[in-house]
Design a protein around this ligand. Structure first.
Ligand code: FPP
Length: 237
């Protein structure tokens, strides 16, 4: 089966999952985190090289204070509970997003996760946290300007080298759970030729079987990257 090298996921639907069970939204996020840990194992088992997940968007600050601080605490809990296990399984963790406005204790937890897994060669796990696709393009432009890059050297390649995911190929497959059909300011630049897969499944229910459905759908896609099928065989003008 034709497998994506890099899968990117918007993990949507935690709140609705909790509401259906008369539970607080934060409980949904907690189950969402457990679903993520299981999915990391499933991706590794299938030989996927990179997984990028949207854990907290630049727009999520608009949520009630209690939910925002609950999500921050979940980072600390997740690192305390799962980092060692993930590290031993070979996962390499990268945090992508604007850390400058995130609380010091959260920054420290991310730094610990990155340092502990820095030597690993397994699945590249990119956790997008306080991330926005537009922010990413802007921060890459700022880096070029800061280096004194002349305008004619502002190329797609130069910009891409400064984007947050320069260490992995662009995503082949984008998955969004929870039934919404939008990108929500995720990897805007990197998803130019990504295949999209949307499912009504709520994130805490997204398990290995759901992943396999997405992978099967992906394997049936005909990716042409703007070209035509069998381009090598077609006559040139
Ligand atoms: C969207 O569901 C989900 C989020 C904003 C948070 C995603 C976070 C996790 C899966 C937890 C693991 C991540 C870390 C490291 C904190 P929603 O709340 O928008 O759900 P709804 O659309 O049903 O309300």
């Amino acid at each position: 089966m034709n497998l994506p090298r890099h899968v990117a996921i918007v993990m949507d639907g935690n709140g609705r999952w909790a509401k259906k069970r008369f539970l607080p939204r934060l409980v949904g996020h907690k189950f969402g985190m457990d679903a993520l840990v299981s999915l990391i194992d499933a991706c590794q088992a299938r030989g996927i090289e990179a997984l990028t997940v949207y854990a907290f968007s630049s727009e999520n600050w608009r949520r009630p204070d209690e939910e925002v601080s609950g999500l921050m605490n979940l980072v600390l809990l997740g690192v305390a509970r799962y980092l060692e296990r993930l590290a031993q399984s070979g996962v390499r963790i990268h945090i992508v997003g604007d850390r400058s406005v995130v609380a010091e204790r959260v920054r420290q937890a991310w730094a610990q996760a990155e340092a502990r897994t820095a030597g690993n060669q397994g699945l590249q796990l990119n956790v997008a946290f306080n991330y926005g696709g537009r922010w990413d393009v802007v921060q890459a432009c700022q880096a070029l300007v800061r280096q004194g890059c002349p305008p004619e050297q502002v190329t797609e390649e130069a910009l891409a080298r400064h984007l947050s995911l320069s260490h992995v190929p662009d995503p082949d497959l984008f998955i969004r759970t929870g039934g919404e059909l939008r990108v929500s300011n995720f990897l805007l630049w990197q998803m130019a030729y990504t295949e999209f897969y949307f499912t009504d499944c709520l994130w805490p229910d997204f398990d290995a079987a759901e992943l396999d459905k997405a992978l099967t759908a992906y394997a049936l896609r005909d990716r042409r990257f703007g070209g035509v099928k069998d381009a090598a065989a077609s006559p040139r003008a």
